[in-house]
Design a binder for this molecule. Sequence first.
Ligand SMILES: NC(=O)c1ccc[n+]([C@@H]2O[C@H](COP(=O)([O-])OP(=O)(O)OC[C@H]3O[C@@H](n4cnc5c(N)ncnc54)[C@H](OP(=O)(O)O)[C@@H]3O)[C@@H](O)[C@H]2O)c1
Length: 282
Amino acid sequence: MTTLVTGASGKLGRLIVESLRESGAPADTIVAGARDVSRVADLGVRTARVDYTDPASITAALDGVDTVVLVSSSAVGQRTAQHKAVIDAAAAAGVEKFVYTSAPKATTSDLVLAPEHKATEELIAASGLPAVILRNNWYTENYSADLARAAETGVLAAGVGDGKVASASRKDFADAAAAVVREDGHIGQVYELGGDVAWNYEELAAAISEVTGREVRYVPLSFDEQLAGLRDAGLDEGTAGFVAALDAGIRDGALADTDGTLSRLIGRPTTPLVEGLRAASV
Ligand SMILES: NC(=O)c1ccc[n+]([C@@H]2O[C@H](COP(=O)([O-])OP(=O)(O)OC[C@H]3O[C@@H](n4cnc5c(N)ncnc54)[C@H](OP(=O)(O)O)[C@@H]3O)[C@@H](O)[C@H]2O)c1
């Protein structure tokens, strides 16, 4: 079995490659795909240039590959077309297992990020590829900037109300991706993956307090208050609206569900919030 991991220059892709190696996959059975292969050379596995906007690069990278992990692109707004290029190339190459990192409840969620993931899942289904969908909840590492800000100000301000987030560390999600690559029996599954504990922002503030040693309080903002604050902080209109819409999605429960699937896949509990924040803050 030979596995291509795309986005291997990114944080999650790199961890997936490392997890595959840790679980015993030989170096020559893993291909780290990246736009700039010099950035993945230190992983010690095969490398291939993969640029989602250059279909020929994807086709060439798939030579001898039977399993693909498509780590969703960071180019928000261009992702559906980029992912389609990978799906088309993988289908043409006869890939036997296609793993995609999606978003929670991608096909039904109102979350502002969901439409590109929904479209991608639909393209995968239409392609006929034998696929596994990993609908990853939030990374705990997403909160490293909030943690740094709260350490300075003592305040965690957000527009999420009492919404909960079942975050887990990137390493947890990476280990799950490696498990479904390694193991049989996952084809056709759509896994909703999140941390074992869904926490609210009062609990996040308490966790940040524990990590920073400074008392941090949660200040809930209305949608308009948050939007105004983001504009004042210098964000352009589109970005401010996007961030505020994300928080509104969290307030409405888009990231609240957790059923233990992630810890079952990785064979251990997910990384607790405080531990994940502490690791992300160093
Ligand atoms: N669940 C969450 O909380 C969460 C949070 C943020 C993002 N995400 C999603 O999860 C993905 C992985 O997360 P991450 O933390 O690893 O993000 P990341 O570090 O930003 O990595 C994104 C990867 O996408 C690659 N990429 C972007 N455009 C590309 C293109 N045209 N061709 C080939 N590769 C391209 C980047 O390549 P370069 O290194 O060359 O730029 C990078 O390797 C993100 O891309 C995003 O879709 C999820």
